[in-house]
Every structure is written in C-alpha cells, then in structure tokens.
Design a protein around this ligand. Structure first.
Ligand SMILES: Nc1c(NC[C@H](O)[C@H](O)[C@H](O)CO)[nH]c(=O)[nH]c1=O
Ligand SMILES: CC(=O)[C@@H](O)COP(=O)(O)O
Length: 163
C-alpha cells in the first residue's frame, strides 16, 4: 500500500525545522467532525512540539471541505500568516458528489496558495469509507494532520530561505 511508503509519515522531529519563526492558520472542515477534529489535534500539537507560539496559530472552521478554499482565501486576504493548513475528510457516498468535492478542494487549495504566494497545505482525507479515514487520523496509518503541519513548516522555511 502506498501509505507505508510515504516519507513524511516516517519523519523524525529532528528533520523538520523549528516552527518558532512562523505564523500559521489552520482551516478545518466541520463535516466528519470526529475525523477532522483528530486531524486538527494532530496538526496543532505537531506545530507546538516544533516550537510554534500558540498565539501564532489561527484556527478557523468551515462547514465542509468544499469551503476550505474560500476559508483559506479569506484568511490570506486579512491575516499575515506564513502557511495555511486546510484539513478535511471527504468520504465517498452513493453518487459522484465525492468526485466533485475532492476535485474542487484540491484545485481550490492549490489556486489559493498560488494566488497569495503563501503555502496552502492540502490536508484533506479522500476515502472510500470511514475506516480508511480513522486509520489516517491517528490510526495505523498515522495522522495526516501531523503530516500537513510538517509540510507547512517545511514550506514556510523554504520561502524564508528564498527571500
Ligand atoms: N459529503 C461531504 C461533504 N459535503 C459538503 C460539502 O463539503 C459542502 O459543504 C457542501 O456541498 C456545501 O457547499 N463535505 C466534507 O467535508 N466531507 C464529506 O464527506
Ligand atoms: C462526499 C459526499 O458528499 C457524500 O457524503 C454524499 O453522499 P451521497 O453521494 O450518497 O449523496
């Protein structure tokens, strides 16, 4: 399975730069709140462990994953952050709705990051069922929220090196 091959899931804290210089926003979708809450806790606690100032982490909630792009755009329009982490969980149902949401949020988060030249991190689970989601939100396949936070720190560090 591809998940066990993911480098980030094997990262050690020593390979990620300190988060202390940076300001972060975490935008979390309320849909599938048990899962997205676990993603949020993973992301938030990872940032803190890496030295982020709690006062430099802005946390917001949007209704669903489809709104993550809009939420991230609003944050980047009004707040100075070094990276925005978008967390959600889309679980396949009986209709193609899943495909439209997943495509929209993937493209939307990408476009928001490019629009603002601020790293916008795609921390959205797109699963066939609830079990797969639970396995990736603190279960046997790790916590994608932690990985999203690690990615945010790495990208913020990269940008600071280029300036
Ligand atoms: N089915 C899921 C949704 N659906 C809601 C959409 O994200 C959106 O809020 C609605 O279409 C109104 O624009 N959202 C998730 O995050 N996860 C799902 O499984
Ligand atoms: C991903 C979704 O929006 C999904 O929960 C909707 O379920 P359905 O396709 O059965 O309406």
């Amino acid at each position: 399975m591809a998940t066990h091959l993911k480098n980030l899931s094997d990262f050690s804290h020593t390979t990620i730069p300190s988060a202390s210089p940076y300001h972060f926003a975490i935008v979390t979708a309320h849909w599938n709140a048990e899962i997205t809450g676990a993603l949020y806790e993973g992301a938030y606690q990872f940032l803190i462990k890496q030295g982020a100032d709690p006062d430099h982490i802005l946390s917001l909630t949007v209704p669903g994953s489809f709104e993550l792009s809009s939420g991230a755009d609003m944050v980047l329009q009004h707040k100075k952050v070094d990276a925005v982490i978008c967390l959600g969980c889309v679980i396949k149902g009986d209709t193609p709705h899943f495909d439209y949401i997943c495509s929209a949020v993937a493209h939307g988060v990408t476009n928001v990051g490019i629009k603002h030249s601020i790293p916008a991190i795609f921390g959205v689970l797109t699963t066939d069922n609830e079990l797969q989601a639970k396995e990736r939100a603190g279960g046997r396949h790790g916590n994608k929220g932690e990985e999203a936070a690690a990615t945010a720190i790495l990208m913020a560090s990269l940008k600071s090196q280029l300036q």
